[in-house]
Design a protein around this ligand. Structure first.
Ligand code: NAP
Length: 541
């Protein structure tokens, strides 16, 4: 079978028929400065579960042979020239001579394609050769030609690496891996390229790179071996693994990958959850969806949608005629997409993905409250609720509570926003009125929900109640949607009065659990998810 990438036609390697294909290896890249440190780093890499190490000897002028001989893991030796993004100022001849000396000792030697162009050789004088091309500015303009040249060369391994301009560049890296005729490494650098590093294993790359720790690694976007293995489930990934992720900008701060991947691991589910960096516009969101939904072999199966894309997701699903939950429509925001990839082609191409959108944020808010009060949602009609804030989360709370008939008072700094929200939801099922923040402390509500950012890290001494908090009773429920800090000043105050309290972690876990259950059909391990978030927040504070 053949397939075209642009003008390049290559034999397709069927991902499901690669029984003899070695499993993708995980390589820790080590920048060599002194031999003792390097040996310690190799030992640490082995301990962390690396299959091999890349020794970057760009600036090392010691005994490379001795270093390679003493290595306890197979070694790739690389002496990257400055003009290819490395640090070596040596001439090509000097670098090639060094590599030739260790070529037969190392598992592989990495030489730049550009170096071979300037110093042609027909057979590899280095043992097993990786011929590589890097572009730090973006996708190489002549990527297809580059691939042909690498494929036709005497290299044992073709390596092409570039900085992802958008998350969609990763798909081209996957296509390169799927159409390879030689062992291949195809990776995207930068934050948007992270997924290519993790999914290299799904698409059968020869290897992917990781750093030893979180101090940056040897290339932009390289993540630590710990994160690769623990956070992104490297060992569990195979061609059949379903892909999930959070669509956001920014995205790297998100705790959702830690939460969902821990959940997948706990229930032994064949899935991996990744951060998808997608720029804020509707066009970028749509382009992401259109390309990722139909990417061969990807098995994109579910998405969490967060800032700034929740409205974009609703618009996209509506345009596609997809099924969208009614309350998500009235909130105007979708935070969860389920992708049912019922029709799988021979190369697991999703031919006709069916999409469903809903909002687990409002469900999480309602369930936090009903669980704390020991009531059903229908009983909310007997409650008077103060929703503090009229932004996205405030709107979500108001829509959910009003739907179940609660009486809601919206308090907001900008009273006009509270009034607009009240006017929109008043009378649908429950009663919704607006009030200014100054009136909050005279409120006689039974439930208070803070949906503003007041009290959030780093301004942890602030509270929506200010310095004159109202008297609360043990029957009052105070719910702060903020999760950092875990216990806000508002909650501390409520606890002192013996009021019932709910923190933002609970909401976060419940909205994630709703997604997890919709995707996997299995109960979410909520206690584990809670522990994962709390330990991340504690480490960050
Ligand atoms: P948003 O749309 O930007 O709304 C922010 C709200 O906070 C607005 O009502 C705004 O009032 C108010 N506000 C901001 N600064 C204020 C100040 N100094 N004094 C008084 N009011 C102020 O934000 P969002 O997306 O709704 O998020 C709001 C909060 O919800 C965040 O703290 C976030 O942590 C929390 N959240 C939690 C979860 C969870 O799972 N636990 C999920 C989502 C969000 P104006 O209208 O006057 O600007």
């Amino acid at each position: 079978m053949t397939r075209c990438i642009g003008r390049l036609t290559l034999a397709v390697v069927d991902l499901h028929d690669r029984k003899t294909q070695p499993v993708t290896q995980l390589c820790v890249a080590i920048f060599v400065t002194d031999p003792d440190q390097t040996r310690r780093d190799i030992a640490l890499a082995a301990e962390a579960g690396a299959d091999l190490v890349e020794l970057r000897i760009d600036t090392f002028d010691g005994d490379v042979e001795a270093l390679v001989k003493s290595a306890t893991l197979p070694v790739i030796v690389t002496c990257r020239a400055e003009w290819e993004g490395g640090q070596s100022t040596a001439t090509d001849e000097e670098r090639l001579a060094t590599l030739a000396r260790v070529g037969t000792l190392a598992a592989y030697v990495d030489v730049e394609l550009q170096t071979r162009r300037k110093n042609p050789f027909d057979r590899s004088p280095f043992g097993r050769l990786i011929l590589s091309a890097h572009d730090f500015a973006g996708r190489p303009t002549r990527l297809n030609n580059l691939l042909t040249e690498l494929t036709d060369s005497p290299a044992d391994v073709c390596k092409v690496v570039w900085t992802a301009r958008t998350v969609r560049d990763n798909l081209e890296a996957f296509e390169i891996l799927q159409t390879r005729t030689k062992p291949t490494i195809a990776l995207c650098m930068g934050e948007a390229g992270l997924i290519s590093r993790v999914l290299a294993k799904k698409f059968g790359a020869l290897l992917s790179f990781a750093s030893l720790d979180n101090t940056g690694g040897t290339a932009p976007g390289q993540i630590s071996i710990h994160d690769m293995k623990r956070l992104y489930r490297w060992d569990a990934i195979s061609a059949t693994t379903r892909v999930y992720g959070v669509v956001a900008q920014p995205v790297m701060h998100s705790m959702s990958p830690a939460l969902h991947n821990a959940g997948f691991e706990a229930v032994d589910y064949d899935g991996v959850y990744l951060p998808f960096l997608v720029e804020g516009s509707y066009e970028s969101f749509k382009a992401f969806m259109e390309s990722f939904l139909h990417a061969p072999g990807l098995n994109l199966s579910g998405l969490s949608i967060t800032l700034p894309h929740k409205e974009n997701a609703l618009r996209y699903l509506t345009e596609k005629g997809a099924e969208v939950e009614d309350l998500a429509k009235s909130i105007g925001a979708v935070n969860t997409i389920v992708i049912d990839s019922a029709i799988q082609g021979p190369e697991s191409t999703i031919r006709n993905p069916s999409l469903r959108g809903f909002n687990t944020d409002y469900a999480a808010i309602l369930d936090c409250i009903t669980h704390a009060l020991g009531i059903e949602r229908e009983a909310l009609k007997d409650y008077r609720v103060a929703v503090i804030g009229a932004g996205g989360t405030g709107r979500t709370a108001v829509a959910g509570l009003a739907h179940y008939g609660a009486t809601v008072v919206v308090y907001n700094r900008t009273i006009e926003r509270a009034e607009e929200l009240a006017a929109e939801f008043n009378g649908r099922s429950g009663k919704v009125v607006a009030a200014s923040m100054e009136k909050l402390c005279q409120s006689c509500c039974q439930i208070y929900i803070n949906t503003t950012s007041v009290g959030m890290f780093p301004k942890v001494d602030a509270s929506p109640f200010g310095d004159a908090p109202p008297d609360l009773t043990p029957d009052t429920l105070v719910f702060d949607t903020i999760y950092n800090p875990i216990e806000t000043k508002l909650l501390q105050h409520a606890r002192r009065f013996g009021a019932k309290t709910i923190g933002g972690v609970e909401m976060f876990v419940r909205q994630a659990a709703g997604q997890f259950e919709a995707w996997t059909g299995q109960p979410a391990p909520r206690d584990l998810m809670r522990r994962v978030i709390e330990s991340r927040l504690q480490r960050a504070s």
